[in-house]
Design a protein. Structure first.
Length: 570
């Protein structure tokens, strides 16, 4: 039967799209290997367009075809009766009633039996029509997101007595494991995570105080209050977080770390959970790692052309240590992942040691440290050196032992990437010396230090240009060498950016290359200021100057650059 259907479909595609016999045989051979639908293979190979394939399916099964699927055509009342998992699995969506029948858009005409299930779920007569998988998925995600209740709706729906009872029972392990998806505390946490992803938050903070709980999101590097639920929900909310993260709900005296994996529509989001005991209960921070929005392209990181070319040379050196510095949340890991992706090739053995592994990188061996079994950065690095690596990423140099082994690796023919928490590039040198590393070892192993920060970018929806006053330019140290007038930009604030005037972030960088002059200063135990001055004299662009260049380009504002960079006298 399947062969007959494919044969008939092939004839239709030859007639309608000009698919040749050889092309069809090639697509069928690929289908036997991969098991993918024949239509997807034909479209991927560009033997037919999605529209042509859909039209051929419609003619084969004698079904009407909808080339587009407007959101307004969906029957929201009936959609609410169909579970999202069911609608996504069978790729279907009910449409507005026509002539006493409800059309149901489906992507796979071989799933006609599910039409009977839809009839039972909705209680109305239905008839199938064809639409593309993409169109159905898009409209499903948009409408189910729209229907999601907000965290405030959940809070307002709570009853005091019911909440107290739930808070008491949810602390018991047995009740938690049997909790249903309709439990208010589960709906509350799901809503908080859903909204956080939708608003591009990087962190969710759940902070207990004497009489209330404050929930805050970090969006584009800045914290915002989003909800203040009553204190009585706190224990239940933290317990739910612990259950999802696989933590011990009975332990409330010591810090705990865990991980949650969620899916919202087609987006997979990893959530790192940190819980610590504080004066009024337990404080939780959930860091969201959105795999879909991970930047692994150096061209998208915001490096100016000259710095981009220099950075590309540095990551292709045969040996040495390349350090990336900056505070927590400044994008160090993203920069290193992009660098690894840039140089990753079959002829290189790349291994990483991380805490934790934030994203899986194809073709790269990634190792998670575990101090509980003495699997530290230092011990892992010793083991990795026996794996014949070409490039090693050490998540962070935290102590002298890790630094010494990294230096040993660099001096024996390995390229080592790592991070340090320092304010600027020059500070990384003095930090390593303070750890107890001999200056001559630092000078001979470190090839470059990259310092970075993230600045918010101006919202494109409410962007405005303006001519700054001369006093403002003088205060900011801005101006053009040729004396041309300067035009800056700022965001007026709109619903798209939540009134902040900013949406998204871009990195600013300074790249300190360790040349002969810098090596002599390191050997002489010079302070960070002297090293920084020498680097600037050799042409290094500082964080402040790189940021101000982006201000002149209209990417961000001077206030934003001043917020994230320290005062530098150069």
């Amino acid at each position: 039967m399947a062969v007959e259907l494919q044969k008939r479909l092939g004839e239709l595609l030859r007639e309608m799209a000009g698919v040749t016999e050889a092309q069809l045989d090639h697509a069928l051979a690929q289908q036997r290997e991969s098991g993918a639908p024949i239509g997807e293979i034909l479209i991927k190979l560009r033997y037919a367009t999605r529209e042509q394939f859909l039209e051929a399916l419609g003619r084969q099964f004698d079904l009407p075809v909808l080339p587009v699927l407007p959101r307004a055509s969906v029957n929201s009342a009936l959609l609410a009766k169909i579970p999202l998992s069911f609608a996504k699995r069978y790729e279907l969506v009910p449409l507005v009633e026509e002539h006493g029948q409800v059309p149901v858009a489906i992507a796979n005409p071989l799933n006609l039996q599910v039409i009977d299930d839809v009839r039972l779920l909705t209680g109305v007569p239905v008839t199938p029509v064809l639409a593309s998988s993409e169109a159905i998925a898009d409209v499903l995600h948009a409408l189910y997101e729209q229907a999601q209740e907000t965290a405030q709706d959940v809070i307002e729906d709570f009853d005091s007595a019911r909440l107290s009872q739930l808070a008491e029972s949810i602390e018991e392990t047995t009740d938690l494991l049997t909790a249903t998806e309709d439990a208010p505390i589960i709906r509350l946490l799901n809503s908080l995570m859903f909204r956080a992803v939708k608003e591009r938050a990087s962190d969710i903070h759940i902070e207990p105080y004497e009489r209330e709980v404050v929930v805050r999101y970090r969006i584009d590097g800045v914290l915002h209050n989003v909800l203040t639920p009553p204190k009585r929900v706190h224990a239940a909310l933290i317990s739910r977080v612990k259950i999802m993260a696989g933590l011990d709900i009975a332990e409330r005296r010591t810090p705990q770390d865990g991980r949650i994996g969620i899916r919202i529509g087609d987006r997979e989001v990893d959530i790192r959970v940190s819980i610590i005991p504080v004066a009024n209960g337990e404080r939780a921070v959930l860091r969201l790692l959105d795999k879909e929005h991970l930047l692994l392209d150096l061209n998208l990181l915001g490096l100016p052309p000259a710095q981009r070319a220099r950075f590309d040379q540095l990551i292709r050196l045969p040996h040495g240590i390349l350090l990336v510095t900056g505070p927590t949340g400044s994008g160090k890991t993203t920069t290193l992942y992009a660098a690894l992706s840039q140089i990753n090739s079959p002829d290189k053995n790349i291994l990483t040691i991380e805490d934790p592994i934030e994203y899986q990188l194809k073709g790269i061996g990634q190792m998670q440290i575990n101090p509980k079994i003495n699997l530290t950065f230092a011990s892992s690095l010793r083991s990795i050196l026996r794996q014949d690596p070409d490039v090693i990423l050490v998540g962070e140099i935290r102590d002298a032992e890790t630094a010494e082994i990294s230096i040993h690796a660099a001096l024996t023919g390995h390229l080592v990437f790592s991070t340090l928490h320092t304010n600027d590039a020059a500070g990384a040198v003095t930090r390593m010396v303070d750890m107890g590393i001999e200056p001559f070892l630092v000078a001979s192993s470190v090839v470059a230090i990259v310092a970075q920060r993230l600045v918010r970018t101006i919202c494109s929806a409410c962007r405005q240009s303006y001519a700054p006053a001369p006093e403002e330019l003088a205060r900011l140290g801005l101006g053009r060498p040729d004396g041309r007038p300067v035009t800056l930009a700022r965001g007026a604030g709109c619903p798209t950016c939540g009134g902040s005037g900013y949406r998204g972030r871009v990195a600013i960088y300074e790249i300190l290359v360790v040349d002969d002059q810098i090596r002599r200063l390191i050997m002489a135990k010079a302070d960070a200021g002297a090293i920084n001055e020498a680097a600037v004299a050799a042409g290094m662009r500082t964080l402040r100057s790189d940021g101000m260049e982006k201000v002149l380009q209209g990417v961000t504002t001077a206030e934003e650059v001043l917020r994230v960079t320290q005062q530098q006298v150069v």
